[in-house]
Write a protein that binds this ligand. Structure first.
Ligand code: 9L3
Ligand code: MG
Length: 137
């Protein structure tokens, strides 16, 4: 048994009206830089995961999301060397405002079948088949 700490991170599949999903590239200088991820971040003390997502989407992408527009889909679990990651994945199809790269990150709208062409953090990759099944090509 390992005694690694469990870290809760929350992520979202933002899906546009063409059924494309938003990927964000992790910026230089951050852990896992250059990899393409579903947007999200660490759940801070006192937050519920939905509150974290609403905050992260405002800070990172400049969009306003209502809690009622966030639906939990599945979760990812991954053992990094120094911590265990538990990452619920939500889906969101409605938001206010335009998606902008407020932290200088590259952004791409990607069809479900094309997701696997983007190198992802190990927690995100196993979520791809689930999204392909759910959203189709
Ligand atoms: N992480 C993995 N996939 C994601 C997200 C949003 C985050 N879709 C991992 C990368 C870091 C940790 O979770 O190891 C915390 O994320 P951040 O706070 O560095 O973005
Ligand atoms: Mg983040």
């Amino acid at each position: 048994m390992s005694s690694l700490k469990l870290t809760l991170v929350v992520a979202v599949a933002l899906v546009d009206t063409d059924n494309r999903i938003l990927l964000a590239q992790r910026p230089e200088g951050k852990q896992l830089a250059g990899l393409w991820e579903f947007p999200g971040g660490k759940v801070e003390p006192g937050e519920r995961p939905e509150e974290t997502l609403i905050r992260e989407l405002r800070e990172e992408l400049g969009i306003a999301v209502k809690e009622a527009c966030l639906a939990p889909l599945t979760f990812a679990s991954h053992a990094y060397e120094s911590f265990h990651l538990l990452m619920p994945l939500y889906i969101c199809r409605r938001w206010e405002g335009f998606v902008q790269p407020l932290e200088g990150q590259a952004l791409k709208w990607v069809r479900p079948q094309e997701l696997r062409a983007y190198p992802m953090p190990p927690a995100d990759e196993p979520l791809i088949p689930f999204l392909v099944d759910l959203l189709g090509a």
